[in-house]
Design a protein around this ligand. Structure first.
Ligand code: DGJ
Length: 717
């Protein structure tokens, strides 16, 4: 049982995490403590030792923060709740009226502000099996007049003073999930995303750590807003030593107006604590995502190897060529063939046809059935691309329904990939989209959708007026659910110009993310590492791209490209008809090796290694610690004579493991004899104790830059 409710407190304990809330009836609801597990201490004692005293130049009584730091209480920290009624009644002040346990993991704290007639409910849970805490707040207008809700965070979480390391996320198209280490500060680190999608540059997450925290040690807190719309993320460090993390939706002016009895609900904020560094945090988030967010019927199925047509043909579709590609893909081991953009309406380039979701007769005179049958006969599933939320002005749909788009007054649309966003808050728009998708799925053997979304939404106005990004995001989730309910076996990939819509909100309605449009293996090493803080390898689309990357122009070996896609949900995205027989052989070998190890890759515990900058190293260890894979990638050259040692992690110290290098096949070092030769690492390998692999480490072989090797260790029985 994670929850213990006493008269004045609610306490959650699981694993190494504790959360204590003060919520006496009639008092303001407060987060007293969130951090490492407390065993003996009583909540009242924890509350007491937080006592702060009066300081000159401040209020005569210390005003404690509350879950929303609302204005009426006079808290000096940033307010997490801003409302008014026609300019008045901004002074919210909540007191607890009821506490209800919904389950062994979840509690609802109901609060009323009887001064301004607003009720809020904080739904708070701690998942017993992975210790991730969730906060979600709903606001109900229990007054008669219109309530203008300017902002409401899911929660304002107080942070202990020891968490003074701040890590945020930045990025760009084809360069997502870049970590940024923020120097110590007083004030706020704020990320405001108003792009109408999760975004490439402001992934809604924050990691805080103690000063010395690294991948494997130190204390860390992780925060992620499971939301695919606009977001506000803030780490606030006050000059009085206190600190908070605020996370919620970024709302446009007038976006949430609540009439009598109407309710607004925030997105879910996920919070994790780790006493074992950032890797410990990732394990909890990965496990929470797998057990509570994703549809486990899909996740338990081995992740099929993809072949995606985009970079092979772009808009130049020909059934004959696609069939040849399908044949090649099957030959090298693909299990799912995904037909990307260009199969429908007049979509022969990116300026026309979006919205016209019928098979293009000029390209597919016999429909898609012959291609699908061919793909199925080759033993592959068939997947198809949609970008349902968008319309090209040059389309039949737009010509018929120009009023179906989001817009703002008479402002010109901001040009963006020649397309406008449809207004999903209109039921006729969703009915149309559902009808088109349902019709195609009902009449074809299609088991997978790549659901794309390729523009920021600058003018999210319904009928050119009220901003509706919040409602639009919820409508998107409902549309996805409607499709999943009608076609329970369908799997959905969330793509938004690559990784522009990757978050736990969308993953509650989909099964995979397209991590980035960059298939450049070296870029991907960074991108996948960045994504791994919150996302497990099983949902991270990772494709072997062409030899010369279409985005960076960099030429990279097939061995490196395979090694990089190997630790992910593996696939391919290149013109296989252009590849040399030698490269196809290497690709086929890599794919068959991935199939051999994919259970471990997708179900094991994932670790990032702390290494010098010229290397990216990650590792995945089976839950029973019987085997592990470790990928070591020389991104560039090293400055010292030899590369460093490689420290394994997560193994059983007192057990013998057989150490081998499984990729690339037949690897040789630059000079000999090397450790590869003396330990026969490219052959049968050697037996080494777990403690030696973890404490002493294995000498990395001398390799050229842009070489990635994969070790395998197997417990010897
Ligand atoms: C953007 C996606 O990220 C690509 O993979 C591809 O599907 C294109 N859109 C198609 O327009």
């Amino acid at each position: 049982m994670a929850i213990k409710v006493t008269e004045d407190y609610v306490r959650f304990d699981a694993g190494d995490t504790s959360l204590i809330l003060a919520c006496a009836i009639g008092e303001r609801p407060r987060i007293v403590y969130l951090g490492g597990r407390l065993f003996a201490s009583h909540p009242a004692e924890i509350d007491l030792i937080h006592t702060r005293q009066h300081a000159h130049g401040s209020a005569d009584v210390e005003i404690a923060p509350s879950i929303l730091n609302e204005l009426g209480a006079g808290v000096v920290a940033k307010a997490g709740f801003l409302v008014h009624r026609n300019g008045d009644e901004w002074y919210s002040f909540f007191s607890v009226t009821a506490i209800e346990c919904l389950s062994e993991e979840e509690v609802v704290i109901t609060c009323l502000d009887h001064h301004t007639n607003i009720e809020v409910k904080h739904t708070i849970s701690m998942m017993v099996d992975n210790e991730v805490i969730t906060f979600q707040t709903s606001v109900q207008n229990v007054g008669r007049s219109m309530l203008n809700l300017q902002s409401c965070m899911a929660a304002c979480v107080p942070i202990g003073p020891q968490f003074d390391q701040t890590i945020g996320f930045s990025g760009r198209w084809a360069g997502e999930f870049k970590l940024q280490h923020i120097p110590k500060f007083i004030g706020s680190y704020v990320r405001e995303n108003k792009k109408g999608r999760t975004s490439h540059d402001a992934f809604p997450a924050i990691i805080l750590g103690t000063a010395e925290a690294d991948e494997n040690s130190g204390q860390a807190l992780g925060f992620h807003l499971g939301w695919s719309g606009n977001s506000h993320i803030e780490v606030e460090r006050l000059s009085d030593g206190r600190a908070f993390v605020h996370m919620g939706e970024y709302l446009f002016p007038g976006e949430v107006l609540l009439g009598a009895e109407e309710i607004y609900q925030t997105p879910i904020l996920y919070v994790g604590y780790s006493g074992d560094g950032f890797n410990g945090l990732s394990h909890k988030f990965h496990n929470a995502l797998k057990s509570k967010v994703l549809d486990d019927r899909k996740q338990n199925k081995p992740r099929p190897i993809h072949y995606n047509t985009w970079e092979a043909v772009y808009f130049d579709h020909s059934p004959q060529k696609l069939m040849e590609l399908a044949q090649r893909a099957a030959d090298v081991g693909a299990e799912r063939f995904v037909l990307d953009d260009g199969w429908f309406g007049g979509r022969r380039n990116d300026q026309t046809g979006l919205g016209d979701w019928w098979i293009a007769a000029e390209v597919y005179p016999e429909g898609l059935k012959p291609l699908i049958d061919h793909v199925n006969a080759l033993g592959m599933e068939f997947g198809i691309w949609f970008e349902p939320e968008m319309v090209n002005p040059d389309s039949e749909l737009y010509r018929k329904h120009p009023d179906w788009i989001l817009s703002a007054g008479d402002l010109e649309q901001v040009p963006f990939r020649n397309q406008y966003a449809l207004d999903l808050t209109r039921s006729d728009v969703c009915d149309y989209l559902f009808g088109c998708i349902d019709d195609l799925l009902s009449h074809h053997n299609i088991s997978y959708i790549k659901w794309d979304m390729n523009r920021d939404v600058h003018h999210p106005g319904h009928a050119a007026g009220r901003a509706v990004t919040s409602k639009q995001t919820k409508a998107l989730y409902s549309l996805l659910e409607r499709i999943r309910n009608a076609h329970p076996d369908i799997e959905i990939e969330s793509c938004s110009s690559g990784g522009g819509r990757a978050d736990y909100g969308i993953l509650n309605h989909s099964d995979r993310i397209w991590t980035s449009d960059s298939n450049d293996a070296l870029d991907r090493q960074h991108i996948q590492r960045g994504a791994s803080y919150f996302f497990p390898l099983s949902i991270m689309g990772a494709h072997v791209g062409p030899e010369v990357c279409h985005i960076t122009g960099r030429k990279l070996s097939m061995e490196l490209r395979v090694a990089t896609a190997f630790l992910g949900h593996m696939g391919m995205e290149m013109n296989l008809l252009d590849e040399t027989p030698e490269n196809l052989k290497i690709l086929k070998l890599g794919i068959s090796l991935h199939k051999q190890y994919r259970r471990l890759i997708h179900q094991g515990d994932f670790y990032r290694l702390d290494t010098p900058d010229f290397v990216n190293a990650v590792c995945v260890v089976s839950k029973d610690k019987e085997q592990a894979l470790l990928s070591w990638c020389n991104m560039t050259g090293h400055s010292e004579t030899l590369p460093p040692r490689i420290f394994f992690t997560g193994l059983k110290p007192d057990k013998l493991y057989r150490l081998r290098i499984i990729w690339p096949v037949g690897l040789q070092s630059i000079t000999s004899p090397s450790i590869i030769d003396v330990m026969d690492l490219a052959g049968m390998g050697e037996l080494v104790m777990g403690e030696a692999l973890m404490k002493i480490g294995v000498q990395a072989p001398l390799l050229h830059p842009e070489t990635c090797i994969i070790y395998h260790v197997q417990l010897d029985d």
